[in-house]
Design a protein around this ligand. Structure first.
Ligand code: XIL
Length: 362
């Protein structure tokens, strides 16, 4: 049946292909490496070691990995006096076999705290427990990691505090200096990892996200002024296909960080399509377009050096959890590979975007 060009589904804007078209020299990691970029994804250790297709895909596509949950407090700290490094170690072992770097995520967050936390950590012992955790965890992986998300999501412009800090347990137990303490402790334990502040909701040009971006900038500027060791900012990039694309505000933020000699990593990219209507092909195309435009914009900035997606296959995306799922209950297509490990239009869009990076020699 003939279809007028203008009526072609937008999905046709992005090349389609099958698994064989995306391996080896055609993989994300090969394309990224040619341009001096890191590309990768969040991973689950049990699947790396227990699921052949998953492991193959991660090995083939990524040159950097990050633990989706395995390096958070809840995973590492079964009891106040115990550390369990099995999952984290398994990720490092896999990465080393596949010539991949690893990011640490994270040393400090208001979520994923162990169940014993509330009954055990008090104002009297918080600082000691906090620094001991950072020393032990960052020390164990010292000189083995590309970077650490030292502090995750510390800004909350709705907290009503003039400094914009989130009312996290760490703020309440230690005070606002917990951030500086975390970075200084991490640096002492691992002089090599790039120490990163990581946050979400700082991508778009809306009033709310513009204000949060400003809050992050102020935090980082303050740290620099105080001589706190920080090397990078992570822009999580949990984006929505139905929102306006990030643009000038984020670009200027990245450049400002560049003037401060800070790197920027896209740390948790995925594009939810929960509010997008239409056929699966149309939804895939909407997601792919955001991958293409967003990553092209980001990698055009020379201080953006890594792009990680939050997972690699739609089969395991956190975005299908009830809180974030589509109202019609259909699974979301938000990552480069679909639920059957076939490349989605997002894969080709992401690869094209990596290709747009100007090499350093130019
Ligand atoms: C998410 C994981 O993907 C989920 O599996 C888990 O249940 C909750 O945390 N910002 C972050 C990540 O920094 O650590 C979060 O990961 C997603 C939002």
């Amino acid at each position: 049946m003939a279809v007028a060009a203008g009526a072609l589904p937008a999905a046709d804007l992005f090349a389609q292909g099958t698994t064989s078209d995306v391996r080896g020299a055609k993989s994300l990691r090969a394309h990224a490496q040619l341009r001096g970029l890191l590309v990768g994804c969040a991973v689950v250790p049990g699947k790396l070691h227990g699921e052949r297709d998953y492991a193959d895909l991660v090995g083939a596509q990524a040159n950097i990995l990050v633990a989706e949950n395995a390096m958070k407090w809840k995973a590492l700290r079964p009891a106040p006096d115990k550390f369990d490094f099995r999952g984290a170690d398994a990720i490092l072992a896999f990465a080393s076999r596949h010539g991949q770097k690893v990011r640490g995520h994270n040393l400090c967050w208001h979520e994923a705290l162990p169940d014993w936390f509330a009954g055990t950590v008090t104002k009297d012992n918080a600082r000691q427990i906090f620094t001991e955790h950072i020393r032990t965890v960052a020390g164990r992986y010292a000189r083995k990691l590309h970077s650490w998300d030292v502090v995750n999501e510390a800004i909350d412009t709705k907290s009503g505090r003039p400094d914009g800090l989130r009312k996290s347990p760490w703020l309440e137990l230690i005070g606002p200096e917990y951030i500086d303490v975390a970075f200084r402790t991490a640096r002492a334990a691992d002089p090599k990892a790039l120490l990163t502040y990581n946050d979400y909701g700082i991508e778009e040009d809306s009033a709310e996200q513009t204000a949060k971006r400003e809050g992050v900038l102020q935090l980082v500027q303050g740290m620099k002024k105080r001589g706190v060791p920080i090397d990078a900012v992570g822009v999580q990039s949990h984006l929505s296909a139905s929102d306006p694309l990030p643009g000038a505000g984020l670009r200027e933020f990245v450049r400002e960080l560049g003037r401060m000699k800070l790197q920027v990593f896209v740390t948790e990219l995925d594009i939810n399509e929960r509010k997008v209507e239409g056929s699966v092909a149309e939804r895939d195309a909407a997601v792919a377009r955001v991958y293409k435009d967003y990553v092209t914009m980001m990698v055009a900035e020379p201080n953006v050096s890594a792009v990680l997606t939050w997972g690699i296959t739609d089969r395991y995306t956190w975005l299908d959890a009830p809180k974030y799922a589509r109202p019609d209950g259909q699974p979301q297509g938000c990552l480069p590979f679909d639920a059957n490990y076939e490349p989605a239009p997002a894969f080709f869009a992401l690869r094209d975007a990596l290709d747009s990076r100007r090499s350093n020699e130019q």
